[in-house]
Write a protein that binds this ligand. Structure first.
Ligand code: NAD
Length: 481
């Protein structure tokens, strides 16, 4: 036996032993080729990237041989589980991540099951003419590498899985480590149900113990055909630097502008509803408000009538001190993880304020230099900044959105002001007179998606985002009319 073969044999044996022990490779989260290892019986949950990608590849090859009806059945299995087991999965996610609100965790799962679009979006387009026929269809990419945030671990994975499988793809997910167990449990349940229904086991694959190394191994794996990354600035930048096609759903810091023509009661209700949702974990959630002076007092008063609790200047300063830190290197404000997605009462306790029962959100009048304005705080506190006029409010909204191009909101009855802000903000979602979630079809028009591709420009992702457009042409005299 040659030295090379000896070395290979030893590596194979070590990999096999590690695989049996359920450990990832100690080097980079990837392991030796998985050809000889069994990927059956794992129901999509793997210890290393190599096995997960091999399983997803094998599953994808099977999926494209099946009928579209069977593909639809696989998608339906995911929908049924997130709807019928929403309570259990929502509790599981909250228990593990310890952020957000149970009622909203459950609702987010039901919404995925009921409203995320599927195969009905993949319409074939045909043109016939003197020169024959041209058919445009949507083909799968193959295996998609997926990164999900801790803020919506199971809902984002479910949403991605429905859309990607509808498009004929399979996926390998590196979930956020703090939400990996609930994502793994949901993955097992989906794969089991799909295997029972159509006999394919690993349409959704997931790394059980995700690390930055396993993310990197997915980003660079030759058998991963594209990436879909949902998360904050770090992972968005990493995905943008990848040589693979990447759909990047990056961070936001959505401003809401309230002008002098707005319906103030509606504005207060909408801002509270959006900012309170899952304790302000949504990337689209209202994070700061710029209100025109003429109606600022009215808005501040109205918010307390709709579930808001107003902090004074000293309390706000104390909360900022406790809950937001400045990163020494970048100078950016970063929320303290202890308060991200925490209940308003927890924020209150940190500063010695007893928050009344039923409070949805804390708020205060601040100046624009409050750390809460620049920071995507992801906690139920909203800073309200008074502005001289709508032009100042719009300019500040644009500035503090940081060019993420994510979401901006205006409450106004002036079409001129709406148009002015729409042009200036240039965000992916621009919402007029509605809470943030109306921008994703909840109380507004349009379909639901939990991955809003911002820097890469796909917008709210859909099954079409995960397909390649293919044109099939036949040149002949085919017209019958
Ligand atoms: P996060 O950036 O901390 O983590 C997101 C994911 O990326 C996790 O799985 C994490 O492990 C991974 N990750 C982080 N840095 C990485 C790197 N350098 N390389 C590879 N992987 C890396 O974000 P989070 O706290 O989990 O989620 C909140 C953030 O996600 C917010 O900024 C929010 O706006 C954003 N978000 C965006 C959307 C959207 O649709 N645009 C949706 C939900 C959340």
């Amino acid at each position: 036996m040659s030295a090379v073969t000896d070395e290979q044999t030893v590596r194979d044996v070590v990999s096999e032993v590690l695989a049996r022990l359920g450990q990832a490779s100690p080097t980079n989260g990837s392991a030796a080729p998985a050809a000889s290892r069994s990927v059956k019986g794992r129901f999509g949950v793997f210890d290393n990237v190599e096995d997960a990608v091999a399983a997803a590849n094998d599953a994808q090859r099977q999926l494209v041989t099946r009928t579209l009806e069977q593909r639809g059945q696989a998608v339906q299995c995911i929908r049924d589980i997130v709807i019928n087991q929403a309570d259990e999965l929502g509790r599981m996610e909250l228990a593990e991540t310890k952020i957000g609100r149970l009622d909203h965790k459950i609702e987010k799962l039901v919404v995925v099951g009921e409203k995320v679009p599927g195969m009905e979006m993949l319409c074939t387009d045909a043109v016939s003419g003197d020169h024959g026929l041209c058919v445009t269809e949507h083909a799968p990419f193959g295996v998609i590498g997926v990164i999900t945030p801790v803020t919506h671990s199971v809902p984002t994975l479910a949403c991605n899985a429905i859309m990607m499988i509808a498009g004929g793809n399979t996926l390998v997910c590196n979930p956020h480590p703090a939400g990996a167990n609930c994502a793994a449990e949901a993955t097992r349940r989906w794969n089991r149900a799909i295997a029972e229904k159509i006999g394919i086991e690993n349409l959704i694959c997931l790394i059980a113990t995700p690390t930055l190394e396993t993310a990197e191994a997915i980003f660079t794996h030759r058998d991963v055909d594209m990436l879909c990354v949902t998360g904050g600035p770090g992972v968005a930048a990493a995905a943008m630097a990848s040589t693979k096609k990447a759909v990047v759903a990056g961070p936001g810091n959505p401003p809401a502008v309230v002008d002098e023509t707005a319906d103030i009661e509606n504005a207060a209700t909408g801002i509270i509803f959006g900012a309170a949702y899952d304790n302000n974990l949504l990337c689209i959630g209202e994070k700061e408000v710029f209100v025109v002076d003429a109606v600022a007092d009215a808005l501040l008063a109205a918010m307390s009538r709709h579930g808001g609790y107003q902090l004074d200047a000293a309390q706000t300063a104390a909360l900022a001190e406790a809950a937001i830190h400045q990163d020494a290197k970048s100078g950016h404000y970063i929320p303290d993880r202890k308060f991200v997605g925490a209940d308003p009462t927890v924020l209150g306790e940190a500063i010695g304020v007893s928050v009344p029962a039923g409070t949805q959100v804390l708020y205060a009048e601040t100046d624009e230099r409050s750390p809460f304005v620049a920071c995507e705080q992801m906690m139920p506190f909203v800073p309200i900044v008074r502005c001289r006029n709508v032009d100042e409010a719009i300019a500040k909204a644009v500035y503090y959105e940081h060019g993420f191009g994510h979401t901006a909101i205006i409450w106004s009855r002036s079409v001129d002001n709406m148009t002015k802000m729409g042009k200036a903000a240039n965000t992916t979602l621009f919402i007029k007179n509605g809470a943030c979630m109306t921008g994703l079809g909840l109380g507004g028009e349009g379909f639901v998606s939990y991955s809003i591709a911002t820097p890469t420009g796909e917008g709210p992702t859909s099954p079409l985002t995960f397909t390649r457009v293919r044109r099939c042409v036949m040149v002949d005299n085919l017209r019958i009319l």
